[in-house]
Design a protein around this ligand. Structure first.
Ligand code: KG4
Ligand code: ZN
Length: 341
C-alpha cells in the first residue's frame, strides 16, 4: 500500500517487549501522552521477569493502555496517521501481544505500520526531552540487554564505537542486587542503597584495557563483588552493603561516562545523549552532566521515565521511520534478538 507522508503526523506507539505494557501518542515531535501499565510487582514475587506472566499481563493491559493513551492525548483512533510498534528485541510471547494489536489497528484504520527496534527506541528517547536535538551526537546506551557507545550521524544511521563484550550494565546492576539480597528490580535498589554508602572498595573498572576497539566488560566486576562478599562472610566479617553498592556503581558507571566523553572529543560531536534503563541512574546522570560541562559538550538526558521501557520512545523512533517512509508489511513477525548493528 502507498501512503502519503504528512507533516507532523499523529503516531501511536506500542511497547510490550518485557514487563511493561505501554502506549503513547505524539504529534510531530510533541509528546501528547504516555501510559505504562507494569507487571513488575507481580514479577517481583519471582525475583525476575517470568515470560508467561508478562505475556498474559500484556494481553490483559494492551487495550486499556492504548485507550488511555488516546484519551489523554485528546485524539480519536481515526486521527492516528501511523502505528509504531516494538517488534524486537525482547521476550517473544510478550512482543507478539503488542505486535498483533498494532497490526490489527493499522489494518483496520488503513494507516501504515512501523516496525521499531526496541534499542533504536531507547536512542530516540533523547528527542523527547529536546525538540531541537539533531545528529550528529554520541549516545551512551546502557540497558538490561545492551551497553554501548554509539555515534549517530543522521536520523537513521549510527555506528557502534564500543560495546560490552559480556554482560550489559543493567544486568550487572541486577546481579549485584541479588548478591546483596535486594528485591527486583535490581538497578534502582542498588542506586538507593549506594546513596548511603561510600565508594571505598576498589572493584575493577568495567573497561577492557589495551583493546583496539573500545570494549566494556561487566563479568569481572560482578565476580569481584561476589568474591568480596564471600571472602568477608568466610572470615565472619560483616559486609557494609551500602559501601559495596556505592563502589560497584562507580566501577560500573565511571568508565561509561569517561569513554562517552572521549568519543565525543575524538569524533568532534558536540552533544552526548543517553538511553536505556541505566541512564535513569542518578549517579550516571550527575557525573555525565558534570563531565560534559567540563568539556563544553551539550548533555541531553531523557527524563528518567523515558529511560526505562516506555512507548513514548517507540513513537519517537516511529516518527523517524515514518519520515523516511519505512513502513512494515502486515506479516511482520516478532524477533527475540536483533543485533545492535
Ligand atoms: O532499558 P530497560 O528498562 O530495559 C531493557 O531494555 O533492558 O533497562 C532495564 C535495566 C535493568 O537492568 C535495571 O536494573 C536497570 O535498567 N535500571 C537501573 C536503574 N533503573 C533501571 N540501573 C541502575 N540505576 C537505576 N536507577
Ligand atoms: Zn528497554
Amino acid at each position: 500500500m502507498n501512503f502519503t507522508i504528512k507533516q507532523n503526523p499523529v503516531i501511536l506507539g506500542i511497547e510490550s517487549s518485557c514487563d511493561e505494557t505501554a502506549a503513547a501518542v505524539i504529534r510531530g515531535r510533541k509528546l501528547l501522552s504516555s501510559v505504562i501499565i507494569s507487571s513488575a510487582t507481580e514479577q517481583a514475587k519471582y525475583g525476575g521477569v517470568v515470560p508467561e506472566i508478562a505475556s498474559r499481563a500484556h494481553t490483559e493491559a494492551v487495550d486499556e493502555a492504548v485507550g488511555k493513551a488516546l484519551s489523554e492525548a485528546g485524539v480519536t483512533a481515526k486521527q492516528i496517521d501511523a502505528v509504531a510498534v516494538t517488534y524486537g528485541a525482547g521476550l517473544l510471547g510478550a512482543l507478539l501481544v503488542g505486535l498483533s494489536f498494532a497490526k490489527s489497528l493499522a489494518y483496520t484504520l488503513g494507516v501504515p505500520l512501523i516496525a521499531v527496534n526496541h534499542i533504536r527506541g531507547h536512542l530516540a528517547a533523547a528527542y523527547l526531552s529536546d525538540e531541537t536535538l539533531k545528529p550528529p551526537y554520541i549516545t551512551l546506551l546502557a540497558s538490561g540487554g545492551h551497553t554501548a557507545i554509539l555515534h549517530t550521524q543522521s536520523y537513521t544511521e549510527f555506528s557502534v564505537l564500543g560495546a560490552t563484550c559480556d554482560d550489559a550494565a543493567g544486568e550487572a546492576f541486577d546481579k549485584v542486587a541479588r548478591i546483596l539480597s535486594l528485591p527486583y528490580p535490581g538497578g534502582p535498589n542498588v542506586q538507593r542503597l549506594a546513596e548511603s554508602g561510600k565508594a571505598s572498595i576498589a572493584f575493577p573498572q568495567a573497561l577492557v584495557k589495551n583493546s583496539v576497539k573500545l570494549q566494556f566488560s561487566y563479568s569481572g566486576l560482578k565476580t569481584a563483588v561476589i568474591n568480596y562478599c564471600h571472602t568477608a562472610s568466610q572470615r565472619g566479617e560483616e559486609v557494609n552493603a551500602a559501601d559495596v553498592a556505592a563502589s560497584f556503581q562507580c566501577a560500573a558507571v565511571d568508565p561509561l561516562v569517561k569513554k562517552a566523553v572521549e568519543c565525543a572529543l575524538k569524533t568532534g560531536a558536540r552533544i552526548i545523549t543517553a538511553g536505556g534503563g541505566v541512564a535513569a541512574n542518578d549517579y550516571l546522570r550527575t557525573t555525565l552532566t558534570a563531565e560534559c560541562e567540563k568539556h563544553g559538550i551539550k548533555c541531553v538526558l531523557p527524563e528518567k521515565k523515558y529511560c526505562t521501557d516506555n512507548a513514548a520512545m517507540i513513537a519517537a523512533e516511529g516518527l523517524i521511520q515514518y519520515n523516511a517512509g519505512n513502513f512494515a508489511p502486515l506479516d511482520l513477525n516478532a524477533q527475540a534478538q536483533i543485533p545492535l548493528k
